[in-house]
Design a protein around this ligand. Structure first.
Ligand SMILES: O=C(O)CCC(=O)C(=O)O
Length: 237
């Protein structure tokens, strides 16, 4: 989907992401997914505002229903002349239910994607096969995505894919979001993880996505709250 994020948002999101990468390099050192920023909505106002992006929400709701929630909101940055943790052949959601989508992936490139800087590579149709492809099958039949910064890539998260390899001398940045059905678990407990002020700043879509409509009571006083204050709202699918 072309031109979903405008140039102002792209550069603001990229500045927030770069700052978060630098902070995490100090705070989390040598972790297995080094360079990947988790919970991007907590790392900058522009990245948080992506949760209320109307085109994204229209696509995702059309596939997963109006009550869908956020599973994860991360980044995928390819350093100069390198690849990253996303470079292994993988799926973002392992469940295989023929004809039923459990998770939808959305990638927002913050730099143009091309073969030189490592656009996303995927095996067309692999979301319909029960098992993983061999490395050879993937290499022989994969396609790679070239697109512009600010475009939106939407895919069935059961699709086998990987980030490419960056052969340039510049970073290639992207935001990667994953959405799931309302009755599934999120990767983090976002309603507890996020600052209440940040949650309040989100629109209705953003609040729903972080899980504010599907919170579970911890005591009877919360279970018996009046309708408008209920933690697990009715009709969540
Ligand atoms: O960066 C990319 O092109 C893909 C990222 C990816 O595969 C992931 O984060 O799961």
């Amino acid at each position: 989907m072309p031109s979903v994020l405008n140039p102002t948002r792209i550069s603001a999101a990229k500045a927030e992401l770069i700052a978060a990468i630098e902070e995490d390099a100090v705070d989390y050192g040598d972790v297995f997914d080094k360079g990947m920023v988790h919970n991007c909505m907590a790392r900058g106002a522009t990245m948080a505002a992506v949760l209320d992006q109307p085109v994204m929400n229209a696509y995702v709701s059309a596939i997963l229903g109006d009550s869908c929630i956020l599973y994860a909101y991360q980044s995928s940055s390819l350093p100069p002349s390198a690849s990253n943790y996303g470079h292994r052949i993988h799926v973002d959601s392992p469940r295989f239910i023929p004809g039923y989508v459990t998770n939808v992936g959305v990638i927002f490139p913050l730099d143009d994607f091309n073969d030189e800087n490592g656009g996303t590579e995927y095996l067309p149709g692999s979301h319909r096969t029960p098992g993983p492809p061999t490395a050879e099958e993937f290499e022989q039949n994969m396609a790679s995505i070239s697109c512009r910064a600010g475009d939106m890539i939407v895919f069935n998260a059961r699709l086998y894919h990987r980030s490419g390899a960056n052969h340039t001398d510049r970073y290639r940045h992207a935001l990667t979001l994953n959405f799931c059905r309302s009755y599934m678990r999120q990767r983090f407990d976002f309603p507890r993880l996020l600052d209440p002020g940040l949650i309040e700043s989100l629109g209705e879509d953003g609040k729903r996505l972080v899980g504010m409509n599907v919170r579970v009571p911890t005591k009877l006083e919360e279970f018996y709250l009046p309708e408008e204050e209920r933690l697990y709202k009715p009709n969540q699918g």
